[in-house]
Design a protein around this ligand. Structure first.
Ligand code: GCO
Ligand code: MN
Ligand code: MN
Length: 387
């Protein structure tokens, strides 16, 4: 198994600058560790066998600093990328930290804030293009409300759509070959967030002017916070060709946003998630958006990062073993799993409809079978537990 647990560049493991380097500040307490310099950060990534890095504009270049300082910060980072071979796998805009975004960014009631948010994103898109980021993420951190009286949600969605249509236009106009990925989240930091789940975001994308350019960046913690199965959501996103990126972490159900180490909580859902990603042909980054426990420091934060990768690779190995196990094939046959892939009636025609109408079914006989799901599921548990 040792080799299977060693990350390779083609595994495309990536971390955001804000993740491993999170300083441990939370709503109840101040920082518990110092920030990591972005260049030291990517050196650390190279050491643990990661492949990519992502960032918010403000993680990389000091917000509000002079043009020349921002240029110098960016150039220094680019040099670090060249030295280490780490690629820029995704970029995004910080539209939540500065107090001006307290009422939202693309959906702030203040039109000047909205215009500023779009301008900030255009500047950041230029940087993303310069670094070759193939995907640009839109997480609507502050796009939401506490008081439902404070925004007309249909207006807010109009403004969200307007911003994304405009920014798609900008990317096309500039000739950048970048795709957008919306990251849904139900709440935190707002009481209610617009586009709260994978389902909401996918149906919103259908309304966009350049909907083919826009997909999803779903996150384990976010769907779990909403009490949903991340696995099922990701499966539907794949089915609709919309899984452009993914944020891997972990989360206890019904809690605040925890950003736990990938695979540290919902092992069974994570097993199926990894099995799905590995078998679906998804070839985007496996991007960890998680952070070390607040009481970690020094080497402990890298233990966290290595753990995310190790558990992913271990689950991928378990998934392969599961799928090669003849007892699993047998149990799946008993459950008629392969039969679900067979068309039920095929396309409609008068002939197929007439044939179906003429068919005789015996309800008692149809009800009289067993699907053997208990034995099948036990094989899952046995495999995960290694027994
Ligand atoms: C969160 C989000 C963020 C975004 C990041 C990239 O819950 O805070 O997951 O970490 O992923 O801002 O858009
Ligand atoms: Mn998150
Ligand atoms: Mn995220």
């Amino acid at each position: 198994m040792a080799d299977e647990l060693t990350p390779k560049p083609e595994d495309k493991f990536a971390f955001g600058l804000w993740t491993i380097g999170h300083i441990g500040r939370d709503p109840f307490g101040d920082a518990t560790r110092p920030p990591i310099d972005p260049v030291d950060f990517i050196r650390g990534l190279a050491e643990i066998g990661a492949w990519g890095v992502s960032f918010h504009d403000d993680d990389l270049m000091t917000f509000g600093a002079s043009q020349s300082q921002r240029r110098a910060e960016l150039d220094r980072f680019k040099k670090g990328l060249d030295e280490t071979g780490i690629v820029c796998s995704m970029a995004t805009t910080n539209l939540f930290w500065h107090p001006m975004f307290k009422d939202g960014a693309f959906t702030s009631n203040d039109r000047s804030v909205r215009r500023m948010a779009i301008q900030k994103t255009m500047r950041s898109l230029d940087v993303a293009a310069e670094l070759g980021a193939p995907t640009y993420v839109f997480w609507g951190g502050r796009e939401g409300v506490e008081s439902a009286a404070s925004k007309e949600p249909r207006d807010a969605l109009d403004r969200f759509k307007e911003a994304l249509d405009f920014l798609c236009g900008y990317v096309k106009d500039k000739g950048y070959s970048m795709r957008f990925a919306i990251e849904p989240k139900p709440n935190e930091p707002r009481g209610d967030t617009f586009l709260p789940t994978i389902g909401h975001a996918m149906s919103f994308i259908q309304t966009l002017e350049y909907s083919e350019m826009v997909g999803l960046n779903p996150e384990v913690a976010h769907e779990t916070m909403a009490g949903l199965s991340f696995y099922q959501g990701v499966a539907q996103a794949l089915w609709q060709g919309k899984l452009f990126h993914i944020d891997l972490n972990d989360q206890k159900i019904g809690r605040y946003d925890q950003d736990l180490r990938f695979g540290s909580e919902g092992i069974k859902d994570d097993f199926f998630l990894v099995r799905l990603l590995e078998s679906s042909g998804y070839d985007g980054p496996k991007h960890f958006d998680a952070r070390p426990y607040r009481n970690e420091k020094g080497e402990g934060i890298w233990d966290f990062a290595r753990g995310c990768i190790r558990t992913y690779l271990a689950l991928a190995a378990k998934a392969r073993e599961f799928d090669q196990d003849p007892r699993v094939a047998e149990a799946m046959a008993k459950a008629s799993v392969p039969e679900l892939a067979v068309a039920t009636v095929g396309p409609y025609s008068t002939e197929t409809a007439t044939a179906l109408m003429a068919e005789v079914f015996d309800p008692d006989q149809l009800a009289d079978r067993s699907y053997g799901n208990e034995a099948l599921d036990q094989l899952v548990i046995d495999r995960i537990l290694g027994i």
